[in-house]
Design a protein around this ligand. Structure first.
Ligand SMILES: Nc1nc2c(c(=O)[nH]1)N[C@H]1C(S)=C(S)[C@@H](COP(=O)(O)OP(=O)(O)OC[C@H]3O[C@@H](n4cnc5c(=O)[nH]c(N)nc54)[C@H](O)[C@@H]3O)O[C@H]1N2
Ligand SMILES: Nc1nc2c(c(=O)[nH]1)N[C@H]1C(S)=C(S)[C@@H](COP(=O)(O)OP(=O)(O)OC[C@H]3O[C@@H](n4cnc5c(=O)[nH]c(N)nc54)[C@H](O)[C@@H]3O)O[C@H]1N2
Ligand SMILES: [Mo]
Length: 581
């Protein structure tokens, strides 16, 4: 039996036992994985891979693909070459390709389709974004799931939720809402206002942790003044909650060890950074940071404390709104922008205009089908890598376990390009990987763990300049809550974004009186598309839902990015619905 780590974009970063037939099993002795895996890994070998490289629709040898790539890189101006990386594989070594493109003076798409708006807010208040792992949450008495859906996106958190008082804040009645002591079915985009409302009430009820506020925070008085200036009516209307619910929430958390687990649901908006700062402020007023079983956890900065081996200086463009059409050569690695990026019509138009689109990935998808040059990647079992997880502090080795039949690793592709262009080549994979590990790890129960978590997160310090927690001082919200439905973007069990088994239904509230498979058209200023519907009793009457990876998931999402963090804002819009006759 040999061991590796899951490469997928997920909180869990599972430790996997692999037998000689390459069957994957959850590592029983790993404190997070506890012997079980998700649907994706249990069926990993059943998903079709790209077997051969191809150019203009014709199969070619991998070496010919590399020769064509080199030739294209020489043909087009480096300043008109774009490097774009998705999050299909979150291994540290995936970033190696950036080394070549930076050296070549190409433009790098930089920013996020995911969590960076929230991350920016957390970084402003706490100086660094650390995780609350399942081992930490195990010691909580109350857990608030705030725009996060662990039974789908973080199943290895579930054992730590057993027996806890659960509070769910989500516009959707997610599975865990059925086990919750309280479900606040909040209006989408209302979380900032709910968090400020909670802060107001904590102050009114004198529930603050005064010692924490005095010793560990910076500008609390100004913050109180700021929130007291916002009319109560506005806070209630914008979040669409009532005082009974909020009172119940405060009653449930009073004097308890509380972990607040926040997901990306709350921050898919222009002011996403402020939402996280407001939730953090609520946590700080209750004095939750740096203590056993307590805290506010989000998708953390997994690389915090480690040296990053592929840090480069390069010209960048904001990723969520990058205009592919401005470039001659577009190199896309580990992503499917034609399905996953916001505003599909813009992406389509841009990729159509670019002279040569290269797709470097594992599976066929919307983007590979439009690419001129397709280069198959090796799977995580076939190359050397290392995983730092955004949901727990364990470091996962990912040794090469088997030779790949086709495809090339990111390291080998980069090394080939660097030497073809006469640039300085890379150090060995082993030395890069060991260098990262050595920079910030220690051993715990036979596993490597980030040194940052030898104590409770923020136990000794915040990572801001002042060393203290800093409250938010303002926010900017000019969204026009026009007529129409909110369109929620969420994750589902059998897909990992557009990989594996996707679900194309548009979920609609029962109040619309639509039948399963009825066809409807959604329209807004960004686009229009048709869907088959699936009625659901889990939605608010003002919400529709499409899962990540659904066909046409991004026809209506904004060509825009967040105020901070260069992040996509998938839910900063509303849609109109009409039946298709
Ligand atoms: N099985 C599976 N696991 C995954 C993924 C996957 O595709 N499939 N994707 C991975 C990735 S890339 C990520 S980033 C993480 C994301 O992990 P999560 O953040 O847990 O995932 P989401 O489903 O995007 O959002 C969580 C919840 O936010 C709610 N929500 C939407 N809008 C709002 C709002 O305005 N306010 C509030 N309070 N809630 C809102 C949704 O209804 C949803 O239940 O999961 C990772 N894990
Ligand atoms: N409408 C809507 N849009 C969304 C979201 C949503 O919830 N709703 N979620 C957003 C979020 S949170 C995220 S993180 C993004 C994700 O968006 P993407 O980063 O585009 O993720 P995937 O759809 O998983 O596509 C990843 C691709 O990586 C390739 N791949 C896998 N492993 C490897 C490897 O080892 N090497 C290489 N070279 N390629 C590999 C696979 O072929 C796969 O097609 O989408 C965002 N877009
Ligand atoms: Mo994500």
């Amino acid at each position: 039996m040999r061991f590796t780590t899951c490469p997928l974009d997920c909180f869990d970063g599972c430790s996997i036992a692999v037998n000689k037939d390459l069957k994957l099993k959850g590592n029983k002795s790993h404190p997070i994985t506890q012997g079980y895996l998700c649907h994706h890994l249990n069926h990993y070998h059943t998903f079709e891979r790209i077997e051969e490289a191809r150019y203009l629709g014709q199969s070619i040898k991998i070496n010919d693909a590399l020769a064509i790539l080199s030739e294209k890189l020489r043909t087009y101006e480096p300043s008109r070459t774009l490097y774009f990386k998705g999050s299909g594989n979150l291994g540290v070594m995936q970033g190696v390709t950036k080394r070549f493109f930076a050296e070549h003076k190409a433009v790098l798409a930089s920013g996020s389709l995911c969590d960076e708006a929230g991350d920016a807010g957390i970084s402003e208040g706490r100086g660094a974004n650390l995780c609350l792992s399942p081992l930490h949450v195990k010691d909580a008495e109350v857990v608030i799931l705030w725009g996060r859906n662990p039974s789908v996106t973080n199943s290895h958190m579930l054992p730590s939720l057993k027996g806890k008082t659960l509070i769910v804040i989500d516009p959707v009645k997610i599975d865990l809402a059925f086990n919750a002591a309280l479900h606040i079915q909040i209006k989408p985009r209302g979380d900032l206002y709910l968090a400020l409302l909670l802060c107001r009430l904590v102050a009114m009820e004198e529930m603050e942790d005064q010692t924490f506020l005095q010793e560990r925070t910076l500008n609390y008085k100004d913050y109180l003044e700021f929130i007291n200036g916002i009319p109560m009516r506005k806070l209630l209307d914008k979040s669409h909650v009532n005082l009974d619910e909020v009172g119940e929430l405060l009653h449930l958390v009073k004097g308890k060890k509380v972990s607040i687990l926040v997901g990306i649901g709350v921050q898919k908006y222009s002011f996403g950074h402020s939402v996280l700062r407001a939730i953090d402020a609520f946590g700080a007023m209750l004095g939750l940071f740096g203590k056993k079983g307590c805290g506010v956890g989000y998708l953390s900065n997994s690389g915090f404390g480690f040296t990053s081996p592929f840090k480069v200086n390069a010209k960048t463009e904001p990723l969520p709104i990058v205009n592919f059409g401005k470039y001659d050569l577009v190199f896309i690695q580990g992503g499917n922008p034609l399905n996953q990026m916001p505003c599909t019509s813009k992406v389509k138009e841009g990729l159509h205009k670019a002279k040569c689109v290269v797709y470097f990935g594992l599976h066929e998808n919307e983007t590979s089908s439009k690419a001129d040059l397709v280069i198959p990647a090796l799977s995580f079992l076939e190359k050397e890598d290392l995983k730092l997880s955004y949901g727990h502090p364990f470091i996962g080795r990912m040794p090469k376990l088997v030779d790949g039949k086709s495809g090339i690793s990111e390291y080998a592709l980069t090394q080939a390009l660097l030497s073809s262009f006469g640039y300085e080549v890379l150090a060995s994979e082993e030395s890069i990987i060991e260098g990262v590990i050595a920079s910030n790890s220690s051993e715990k129960d036979g596993f490597l763990i980030s040194k940052t978590y030898e104590e409770y997160p923020y136990e000794k310090t915040f990572y801001t300049k002042s060393g203290k927690f800093e409250f938010l001082e303002e926010f900017d919200d000019d969204f026009d809550d026009e007529e129409g439905f909110f369109l929620i973007a969420a994750k589902q069990n059998k897909s990992l974004n557009s990989q594996f088994v996707t679900d194309d239904y548009l979920y609609v509230p029962l109040s619309l009186g639509l039948e399963q498979e009825e066809r409807v058209r959604l329209t807004n200023r960004y686009g229009s598309a048709e869907y088959s519907v699936m009625p659901s009793d889990k939605l608010r009457d003002d919400c529709l839902l499409l899962y990540s990876g659904a066909k046409n998931a991004n026809q209506l999402t904004p060509y825009a990015m967040s105020q901070e963090g260069n992040c996509a804002t998938y839910q900063e819009m509303k849609v109109k619905l009409e039946k298709v006759q």
